[in-house]
Design a protein around this ligand. Sequence first.
Ligand SMILES: Cc1cc2nc3c(=O)[nH]c(=O)nc-3n(C[C@H](O)[C@H](O)[C@H](O)COP(=O)(O)OP(=O)(O)OC[C@H]3O[C@@H](n4cnc5c(N)ncnc54)[C@H](O)[C@@H]3O)c2cc1C
Length: 385
Amino acid sequence: MIRLIDSPIRNDVERNRAALVEQLAVRFAERAPRYDREGSFPFDNFADLRKEGYLKLTVPRAFGGDEISLYEFVLLQERLAYGDGSTALAVGWHLGQIMHLRTTGKWPAETFEALCRSVVKDGTMINTFASEAASGSPSRGGRPETIAVAADGGWRITGRKTFSTLSPILDRFVVSAYLPDEDCTADFLVYQSDRVSIVETWDTLGMRATGSHDVVLDGAFAGADSRLTGKGTDDGGGWLLHIPACYMGIAIAARDYALAFARSYKPNSLDKPIAALPTVQQTIGEMEVELRTARTLLYAAADRWDKEPTERTAMKPELGLAKYTVTNNAIRVVDLAMRIVGATSLARANPLERYYRDVRAGLHNPPMDSSVIQMLAAQALGEET
Ligand SMILES: Cc1cc2nc3c(=O)[nH]c(=O)nc-3n(C[C@H](O)[C@H](O)[C@H](O)COP(=O)(O)OP(=O)(O)OC[C@H]3O[C@@H](n4cnc5c(N)ncnc54)[C@H](O)[C@@H]3O)c2cc1C
């Protein structure tokens, strides 16, 4: 019978890529306990991702990449997260942002091409550092306290960014900043320099190996052509589905662990493994309801986003619903998996213990639950009567 994780695969190209990512996921799963325990950054995982061409998957073909669809992006991210949620979430920001720039044309064409060519040639990665302590989630529209001031030949940027995933490995990144002279906000491409420092603040419950430290900019220079906002089409933010894809992968890993346990664990009070017990079967069935409902929404949204480009802007509530359902259902699936396994699921040596902590982070990645609910309510109230 086909494995649940394989069920969205549609063709041989996807099957071959999924098989390659599965090998990476197996390797990363072996390394994950150490990085999680240390809260350190998995540089060797990223070296492997680079070697296998994973970092260029969303780069346009014209610049040497694979230009994969959103559907396939979700499929591969889910598979990677099955092995290690932290690595999948972190590389998801990079691949997702390249996809977003590809579809929106938000950056000056030469700047985007230079980035893409560098991804293909040197394994360069990118992320946006927008969150700050005072403004909270950028998705709520708070004004950054980071400031950009015009300087000779460009800009000087000063401020402190929080939750800066991938910061240990990036040589360049995007920051949002307020421009007091123009009373507006803009994004800037900033390179690592002696005016940029990483403060190792990332010591959290889950997603401990994402390197999401604080980044401090002390008059960091950005050239005149590094100001990025102002142009581009609205793609509805489809690329953000890498987030639910990650948490779905963690949930499927938890489910598979619980199934293997239920099939093999035979306490001496029983003459069959616990999988034969009606209570355990009930819990397994409940996991399937949560997983399959959420996954259907996730892949349907990704597929529609690929196939109906003119509908992308209008798809925001649908994309948000997929994220909302996946992240909440994934938390429930890990909880149910732990109920099947029992108290040994609490042990640090048991992967469920890490899944339980990692899966919780999904609530705090965008769009947040309250924003999704508001979007859906607005859409409902906007219907013609
Ligand atoms: C693992 C992980 C990786 C991340 N990686 C990145 C990254 O690479 N780059 C990046 O920029 N960010 C990143 N983030 C940060 C993320 O996008 C959010 O900015 C961060 O989680 C803070 O969001 P928040 O909703 O908790 O904070 P806040 O916006 O401060 O909200 C805190 C609470 O206050 C309430 N609240 C605050 N403002 C409002 C409002 N206007 N309306 C309604 N309620 C409100 C809500 O109840 C909310 O729960 C990451 C976060 C995590 C967990």
